[in-house]
Design a protein around this ligand. Structure first.
Ligand SMILES: C[S@@+](CC[C@H](N)C(=O)[O-])C[C@H]1O[C@@H](n2cnc3c(N)ncnc32)[C@H](O)[C@@H]1O
Length: 256
């Protein structure tokens, strides 16, 4: 049990409230992909999805705005995450506007950190006086005493690959992250049997990665539609109701 929650479950709840119920020092690793901080008027570098601006906002930007995926997160939630972790051990996807907030926050704890980068080889064309939206960042912070695990193949700092359109199509989430990347993070920073938490689980990527790697997981998703997609995905079903035969992009690319 994790307070009123049980591990290996996901919940359709607001993380700002749910996390208060999780006991101190009960989580081994957090992997999160919270809403990015975006200016919605322009399609700027760092929008974590494909984005073609026509006039005004693109379809993707509309979806991000409608689902509140452009507002960032508060330090209040970061403080709660520090409370529930046994030791600080956290991956946070972010865009350039959030680098300072996260760096300043975790610097207080004298954490070791890495900035991992996903360089997209097929970004959508840039318009309106902007650079190409071809980079996403993921900060990793770990407290003194947290050892890195993993191997030569899992410890990349640069991920160079095209956008994961196949996963978007299968699970209908505009900002789904490649399962392969998340599996590497979990391999590098946890052991089998550990508890991995994701407070912004979206289509369930972290839970699926943890399950496939014999870790325990707990996840929260505020949006009922995404929550249902995540639940089905954990049970091996795609958004169109098909049995999911692909687990990561490598297997997808091998059949192409
Ligand atoms: C960037 S997406 C995560 C995508 C995920 N990494 C994946 O691979 O599918 C962020 C998710 O957090 C959810 N979310 C936003 N605010 C939330 C909150 N307060 N509590 C729980 N979930 C929230 C959004 O609905 C969205 O699905």
């Amino acid at each position: 049990m994790l307070g009123k929650y049980t591990k290996n479950n996901i919940y359709n709840e607001d993380s700002y409230e749910a996390i208060k119920e999780i006991p101190n020092k009960s989580i081994d690793l957090i992997v999160i992909d919270p809403p990015y901080k975006l200016h919605m008027s322009t399609c700027e570098n760092g929008l974590n999805s494909s984005c073609a601006v026509t006039r005004g906002m693109s379809k993707v930007q509309h979806e991000l705005k409608n689902k509140n995926l452009h507002v960032g997160i508060d330090n209040e939630l970061l403080l709660e995450m520090v409370r529930v972790m046994k030791k600080i051990n956290i991956y946070i996807w972010c865009n350039k506007r959030q680098l300072k907030q996260y760096f300043d926050f975790f610097d207080k704890y004298e954490c070791n950190f890495e900035l991992l980068v996903w360089c997209k080889t097929n970004p959508t064309p840039a318009v309106n006086n902007t650079f190409l939206p071809d980079i996403e960042y993921c900060f990793y912070f770990r407290e003194k005493g947290v050892r890195l695990k993993g191997n030569y193949h899992s410890k990349h700092k640069f991920y160079i690959r095209k956008t994961n359109q196949e996963e978007k199509d299968l699970f209908l989430h505009p900002t789904i992250k490649p399962l392969k990347f998340i599996k590497n993070f979990i391999i590098n920073s946890s052991d089998e049997g550990d508890i991995v938490a994701d407070f912004f689980i979206g289509s369930g990527t972290t839970a699926v990665a943890a399950k496939e790697l014999n870790r325990n997981y707990i996840g929260f998703e505020i949006d009922p539609q995404y929550y249902k997609i995540a639940l089905d995905r954990i049970n091996g079903i795609t958004a169109s109701g098909q049995t999911s035969i692909f687990t990561d992009f490598k297997s997808m690319e091998e059949v192409k």
